[in-house]
Design a protein around this ligand. Structure first.
Ligand SMILES: O=C(O)CCC(=O)C(=O)O
Ligand SMILES: [Fe+2]
Length: 247
């Protein structure tokens, strides 16, 4: 525990780097059965490996390489999404602007009452695209046709979760995935989520090529930093934050 606390997040502000267990600003909110360690990894100006664990000895080097490779994969996937919509490959990536990438390692201890306790409450991720790996325990679920479907762990698989800004940029053609993590009584679980977000100052709206008289914008423009603040203040409650921007 002392080792974890040596890297503790700043409790007075949300989304800081380091070790923590409370995600939302409101003290009355239901807690998740989860500890997490958040790394700021891109752009390089935010990357400070001295804030990351020093053990095992190659941790920092592996994390830096993982960050670079996930960033490239996220760009490729946004490129494929752009192409699938008949847009130039780099269109959505350009709309996001420089990637702000955070890597969150979540640890879910065994839970004595898994039937009444969530590891992580239902939410959609707030940025553009999340790449997630999980160990063999399982616990990630996605909402499909109002049913929670378990994402069975596959070794070497990367789960792609589209996030809220991609829903906005594609004018709702691609939807962000509502997901949650459940707990279990017997085995601890680990997952690693790599988030790719716009900068806080970036204005996000449906990409202009997808908007016309016959296809009007379905979402209000939002400054990404305001979106993040509102998410942390109100809490996710499924997809209520992106739904609140619907016109
Ligand atoms: O642990 C998981 O599988 C989900 C993690 C997640 O959704 C998140 O960190 O946003
Ligand atoms: Fe998530």
């Amino acid at each position: 525990m002392d080792e974890k606390l040596a890297y503790a997040c700043d409790p007075s502000s949300s989304a800081t780097e380091g070790y923590g267990s409370r995600m939302l600003e409101n003290d009355d909110s239901v807690l998740d059965w989860r500890d997490y360690f958040d790394h700021h990894t891109l752009p390089l100006s935010r990357r400070d490996p001295s804030r990351w664990p020093s053990s095992p000895p190659d941790y920092r080097q592996v994390m830096a390489e993982y960050s670079d490779r996930m960033g490239l994969l996220a760009k490729q996937l946004l490129g494929l999404i752009s192409e699938s919509l008949g847009l130039p490959t780099s269109c959505i990536e350009r709309w996001v602007g420089e990637f702000y990438q955070n890597i969150t390692i979540s640890y879910y201890p065994p839970c004595p009452q898994p039937d009444v306790t969530l590891g992580l409450q239902a939410h959609s991720d707030m940025g553009a695209i999340t790449l997630l790996i999980q160990d063999d325990v399982g616990g990630l679920q996605v909402l499909k046709d109002r049913e929670w479907i378990t994402v069975e762990p596959l070794s070497n698989a990367i789960v792609v979760l589209l996030a809220d800004q991609t829903e906005i940029m594609t004018n709702g053609i691609y939807r962000s995935a509502e997901h949650r993590a459940i707990t279990n009584a017997s085995r601890a679980r680990l997952s690693i989520a790599t988030f790719h977000d716009p900068s806080k100052a970036r204005k996000i709206s449906p990409v202009s090529e997808l908007v016309s008289d016959s296809s009007p914008p379905r979402y209000r423009e939002v400054v990404y930093g305001d979106y993040v603040s509102s998410w942390y203040t109100k809490g996710p409650e499924g997809k209520r934050n992106v739904d609140a921007l619907l016109l």
